[in-house]
Design a protein around this ligand. Structure first.
Ligand code: ARG
Length: 604
């Protein structure tokens, strides 16, 4: 930041000495942070409002016609002067400088138009220096977050809820990491319960070592479907211990009581499945730190919880099962079973034990559960239980929920795991690519490119609107190369990449930015300057669409620039200035796409 013109560099030095009394608890202020600090200082000098309050009041405008940064003056609650008047006084008194091309009072709003020249000079350089780190932050002290997401059930279909949890959870993990947090990515598998008894019985009848090794996920599902069918067909005259249901229950009992043979078989199912999961998640750039699961919850943690409730007289017995009455705390939470009559544990009880165990192990500052809104009640019960148990960290838990997907299926029908969706997406993209034989022949690894574009299609469709909205899973729409789709975003990125590639000799490090005057270029640089704060905004809402919407804005603006800002056939200085701007745009698209979990392609 040495290259900044005074007095911003003075502010920057002050900030790095730790004398920043202003709001941002970040170690590495962005250029826009510095501009905001400067505004706050100046307004502090010319008005009775102190700088930290000014700083907090500065927002990005929602429309670039209303300036870049804007202060809603009524927020100051100055009694002595009407906000409109204060706004216009401030606009008049604010010192003229090269940082702003306009400071305007519009009603009670004070609008700051940052000088485009200042933005071109500083933002492009900043992006070129920071590259993939443009937008990243560091925290003054270590903060740890556990993000639990995906969490499919072994041997059961991977449904849309798991798909969304995977995509959204992957994004949230990346976002926290980018914002300087220490992130633990956790997959809490559905790997315990009576269905594993059933699976074991089924495996004895239909299992095949070879198939299990080769394709554990599909094979186990196949076995599970067959044994379920057998169970349904069974008549009631079969003795309990010989019935599929009875055998399944007995097997699970053995698992719960620690029988080694039972556990060995179950362990094999689990570890072979995980091995496969690892590869598939990698296609979405997701790497878990921990494969945990319902099976991993220590029994004593659950027992302790039950004991505490018993002491507090919150338990009731009903037909041998144990009920916990949560209505005392919140009517809507109802009474819920926390232990079955046969003593085996339940989903909710396991979640209580798991949370306690995680806190003891990792001492997280925050834990996020990414689970479909169908489990809103479950999660509320869980959080209330932990709260009633007196854990102060219970207030650091957050449920990130989302709506449903309709019509998710593949050619083969049931979705058994993520792979089934990703494979189909890839095949569909590949067949589109093959239609243009000439172009296709130029692509180095078409299968890989098709995979990355297919993944982008599925993911962008999912992240396009607010999490809570339902959407319809539509292959043709998500795979379209036009409109706001994953393939379009990839196309925008690859086109920018090829412009740079076509001009390998242009020096974009020493550029005369006075050349960039076109309104299209100005809008683009103003957008690129917003990126770090777009991430900050996303931290508040944890909505992927905040990023997606922004990236499409950038992509559209780049596309408007193509009509005006030619690089090919231009004099070197003009071409270099424009290319520098395009490179900056490519980097921002790249960073945003990575954040979402996509791999940007360079050619398609
Ligand atoms: N395996 C569960 C399911 O498929 C989701 C687990 C969500 N996480 C949790 N801590 N309950 O419904």
């Amino acid at each position: 930041s040495n290259d900044l013109v005074t007095p911003l560099n003075i502010i920057s030095n002050e900030l790095s000495k730790g004398s920043n009394s202003l709001a941002d608890a970040h170690l590495n202020p962005t250029i826009i942070d510095l501009v905001k600090t400067y505004i706050a200082h100046e307004i502090g000098k010319i008005s009775p409002i102190d700088s930290p309050r000014v700083y907090d009041a500065i927002n990005w405008s929602s429309n670039l016609n209303d300036g870049d940064l804007v202060i809603p003056v009524p927020q100051f609650r100055e009694k002595s002067i009407p906000p409109q008047e204060l706004a216009s006084q401030l606009a008049n008194k604010f010192p003229k400088s090269e940082y702003f091309s306009g400071i305007i009072a519009k009603g009670p709003f004070l609008q700051f138009f940052i000088n485009p020249k200042f933005l071109f000079e500083n933002i492009i350089k900043d992006i070129a220096n920071k590259r993939q780190n443009y937008g990243s932050r560091k925290l003054p002290s270590e903060q740890k977050v556990i993000v639990e997401f995906s969490s499919p059930n072994i041997a059961k279909p991977f449904h849309a809820g798991h798909l969304r949890s995977t995509i959204i959870g992957g994004f949230i993990s990346n976002l926290y990491e980018t914002m300087g947090w220490d992130v633990i990515r956790m997959n809490y598998l559905g790997d315990w319960g009576k269905q594993f008894g059933l699976l074991a019985v089924g495996y004895e009848r239909y299992g095949d070592e070879c198939l299990l090794e080769m394709d554990p996920i599909n094979h186990l599902f196949d076995v599970y479907v067959k044994i379920n069918r057998d169970m349904e067909k069974e008549t009631t005259d079969i003795p309990y211990d010989e019935s599929v249901n009875g055998q399944a229950k007995n097997f699970f009992k053995k698992m719960e009581s620690g029988d080694q043979d039972a556990l060995n078989l179950w362990g094999k199912f689990r570890s072979l499945s995980i091995k496969r999961y690892v590869d598939t998640y990698a296609r979405l750039n997701i790497k878990y730190d921990i494969y945990s699961g319902e099976s991993q919850v220590p029994k004593d943690k659950m027992d302790n919880a039950l004991e505490l409730f018993r002491e507090k007289k919150l338990l009731e017995e009903s037909k041998g099962a144990t009920l916990l009455d949560l209505t005392k705390f919140n009517k809507k939470l109802g009474k819920t079973v926390i232990q079955k009559s046969d003593g085996t544990t339940l989903y909710l009880t396991r979640d209580v034990g798991a949370a306690v165990d995680r806190y003891e192990k990792y001492k997280f500052d925050k834990m996020i559960y990414v689970i479909a809104s169908q489990q809103d009640l479950h999660t509320k019960q869980l959080f209330e239980i932990l709260n009633q148990l007196g854990f102060d960290w219970a207030s650091h838990l957050q449920h990130i929920n989302f709506g449903m997907v309709k019509g998710m299926s593949t050619r083969k029908g049931t979705v058994v795991f993520l792979d089934n969706i990703l494979e189909e997406a890839k095949e569909k993209v590949l067949s589109v690519m093959q239609k243009d034989a000439a172009k296709y022949s130029l692509i180095e690894n078409p299968e890989k490119v098709a995979d990355l574009i297919g993944v982008s299609a599925v993911m962008i469709q999912d992240m396009q609107s607010k999490r809570i909205n339902n959407y319809k899973f539509e292959w043709s729409r998500m795979l379209s190369f036009e409109g706001d789709t994953g393939p379009y975003l990839q196309y925008a990125h690859s086109r920018l990449h090829s412009i740079a590639e076509a001009h390998p000799t242009l020096d974009t490090t020493k550029v005369n930015f006075n050349i960039l005057t076109e309104p299209e270029a100005v809008v683009l640089i103003r957008l690129l300057a917003q990126y770090p704060d777009v991430l900050k905004a996303a931290m508040k809402t944890l909505e992927p669409c905040t990023i997606v919407t922004y990236l499409f804005k950038v992509a559209h603006q780049v596309s408007s620039c193509y009509n005006v800002l030619w690089v090919a056939g231009q004099p070197d200085d003009v071409a270099a200035a424009r290319l520098a701007l395009y490179n900056a745009a490519r980097q921002v698209l790249h960073n945003g796409m990575r954040l979402l979990g996509l791999t940007p392609v360079n050619r398609m």
